[in-house]
Ligand binder design. Structure first.
Ligand code: ZN
Length: 282
């Protein structure tokens, strides 16, 4: 599932591919439920002849600013991905939507599981207004993080996955950040000391930057993975310390990595580096 570093990479790819300034000539919609709003027929009609005048990201949403005050917000969810092709290229299986652009290009939207959603709106706030702060924003200081974290009694993993608490984190980067900060995913947020919270703040920013620098995480080889706009893979999977490494030695201490389920999500920890209650020792 694409998280902040993957969506960031796709955004950079869209910019480099020259999408800014392109016009949408035609919309081919093959799976109408891809469109969250407005109604599918209106969505297709409104998108025609709009020009792409801005490319941005908020949390896990890609945001295309369009002429006449519209925003096209794309959430890739589990298995959505974008591929830039020539219009002459036949649609691959699982293409749910194609935007035909000028200069003979087309933006294909693949989605094997069909959970991804596209919103077309003039009111950006109604789509992204409830999303929490951007963890890599210069405005997001440790004091800001602490003030949000400390009053919360929730366990760290579900809290960090909550997009209204913090933008852009998903299963991979939460597991990596908690390992980096040596914190158990079930530890309650308000039990963290100032020092532990500072380690967590630094760890979140560190793993997200590492993910961006290595163009995101592509696990395995299946169609439903994250891929870049030209179909190539990210490289962050080679840098993962804990995620999907069950049974392998922890890179820090050598104890075997364990898998547990937290908030219905597969979760990976080192039982030695990430004790549930650090006050009780190992
Ligand atoms: Zn360890």
């Amino acid at each position: 599932m694409p998280e902040l570093p993957e969506v960031h990479t796709i955004l950079q790819d869209l910019k480099q591919a020259g999408l800014l300034g392109c016009s949408i000539q035609k919309v081919l919609l093959y799976w109408p439920k891809t469109v969250a709003q407005p109604a599918a027929s209106l969505f297709c009609r409104l998108l025609r002849h709009k020009q792409i005048i801005g490319l941005d990201r908020r949390g896990k949403y890609l945001i295309l600013s369009l002429s006449q005050g519209y925003y096209l917000c794309i959430h890739l969810r589990m298995t959505g991905r974008l591929l830039l092709v020539d219009q002459a290229t036949p649609e691959a299986p699982h293409v749910r939507l194609r935007l035909e652009l000028d200069r003979g290009k087309a933006l294909d939207y693949h989605d094997t599981r069909k959970f991804g959603r596209w919103h077309l709106t003039k009111n950006l706030e109604e789509v992204v207004g409830k999303i929490g702060p951007e963890p890599l924003s210069p405005n997001f200081t440790f004091e800001n993080f602490w003030n949000r974290l400390h009053p919360r009694s929730r366990a760290l993993k579900p809290l960090l996955l909550d997009q209204t608490f913090l933008a852009g984190l998903g299963n991979i980067y939460v597991d990596e950040a908690l390992w980096q900060a040596q914190l158990h995913p079930l530890q309650s947020a308000h039990q963290l000391t100032l020092e532990q919270a500072r380690h967590l703040y630094q760890a979140i920013r560190y793993v997200l930057k590492r993910g961006i620098e290595s163009q995101g995480t592509t696990l395995g080889t299946g169609r439903s993975n994250y891929y870049r706009l030209d179909g190539t893979r990210g490289e962050h999977q080679t840098l993962l310390n804990i995620f999907r490494r069950t049974g392998e030695p922890c890179p820090r201490c050598g104890h075997l990595i364990e898998r547990l389920v937290v908030a219905q999500r597969s979760t990976h920890i080192c039982p030695y580096c990430q004790p549930k209650n650090p006050n009780l020792g190992h």
